[in-house]
Ligand binder design. Structure first.
Ligand code: NAI
Ligand SMILES: O=C(O)C1=N[C@H](C(=O)O)C[C@H](O)C1
Length: 283
């Protein structure tokens, strides 16, 4: 694989479905994969190491991560971390990377998002934080935000229904759905995040959300339905993704974008995936 002009990349956690997918995408893109990965305690002890595209990656448990990161920073100068762990780890991992001055791409959803942004902003570390890394879904997300910015309150009085379907193992409510619902609230619709319907039953996913059976273990099907107060006007928006390729490729674009910002020492240091799209930073 030809090497490209980019940073070494550390993926936490290569043991995860998304972490593994993005580590493979980084290698495919010609980036050097750091052969260490922070992971949830059980895997590190039980598995020891994992192969990514033929590269043996050593799994590091949380209790030795500080020394491990210092070693990695010494041996792989200029590295950028990609985090796809779990919601309960988001804030602590981001603070850990920030304390150590390591730039990162945070794809993990959940946690305290306001605190996450505040802590990263205060630290001055370079980072991209986004609950959605799939470029075309981000374009849809940005379009909804632009409509809300341009026409606040335009849908006041409308009723909204949101259904998001993911693999059964997904513990949290979709961060993408929450971001798009925030735009609907700006458009005047009264709707709380806890009203988002999580579809996790495989039969309902196939019969009601029309998820292909071969995508049940990795999909993201979202439907947003709007109805006017008198029921005479309706809208429906959908974004349906099978697999994880779209997020993995977008994450690599985010890494290359962040690498450029660091090289240019830009004043802005905290970015969203909409910033990455606006910069045209896509292969
Ligand atoms: N931004 C985006 O476009 C996307 C975001 N995601 C998000 O990525 C996250 C992971 O999703 P999956 O890979 O499907 O989950 P998963 O359960 O397959 O993998 C999570 C991995 O994180 C590890 N982990 C848990 N705590 C950790 C810690 N403190 N430090 C290091 N590793 C730790 C676990 O051992 C596990 O291997 C979720 O929050 C999901 O919503 C997933 C796909 C796309
Ligand atoms: O967990 C997933 O798989 C995904 N999570 C993200 C989210 O919570 O919005 C992005 C996408 O839906 C896939």
């Amino acid at each position: 694989m030809a090497k490209i002009d980019g940073p070494p990349v550390m993926v936490n956690a290569c043991t995860g479905k998304m972490g593994n997918a993005v580590a493979e995408a980084a290698v495919r893109a010609g980036l050097q994969l750091v052969p260490f990965s922070f992971t949830g305690e059980s895997e590190a002890v039980a598995i020891g190491n994992i192969g990514v595209s033929g590269i043996p990656v050593e799994l590091v448990p949380p209790e030795v991560r500080q020394q491990a990161l210092e070693d990695v920073r010494r041996d792989y100068p200029g590295l950028i971390i990609i985090d796809y762990t779990l919601p309960q780890a988001v804030n602590d991992n981001a603070s850990f990377y920030s304390r150590n001055g390591i730039p990162f791409v945070m794809g993990t959803t959940g946690g305290d998002r306001d605190q996450l942004r505040a802590d990263v902003e205060a630290s001055g570390v370079y980072a991209v934080i986004a609950p959605q890394m799939g470029k075309q879904v981000v374009a849809f997300q940005a379009t909804m935000q632009m409509m809300a910015d341009q026409f606040p309150g335009a849908f006041a009085g409308y009723k909204l229904e949101v259904e998001e379907s993911h693999q059964r193992s997904k513990v949290d409510t979709s961060g993408t759905a929450k971001a798009i619902v925030a735009s609907f609230r700006q458009l005047g619709i009264h709707f709380a995040d806890n009203e988002i319907q999580k579809v996790r039953d495989p039969m309902a996913q196939v019969d009601h959300m029309h998820v292909p059976e071969n995508a049940l273990q990795g999909h993201a099907f979202h439907t947003y339905s709007l109805r006017s107060p008198d029921g005479s006007v309706g809208f429906q928006f959908q974004h349906n993704v099978c697999g994880r390729e779209i997020y993995a490729e977008g994450s690599v674009d985010a890494v290359l974008f962040l690498y450029q910002q660091i090289q240019q020492q830009t004043q802005q240091r905290l970015f969203s995936m909409i910033d990455v799209l606006r910069a045209g930073a896509m292969r």
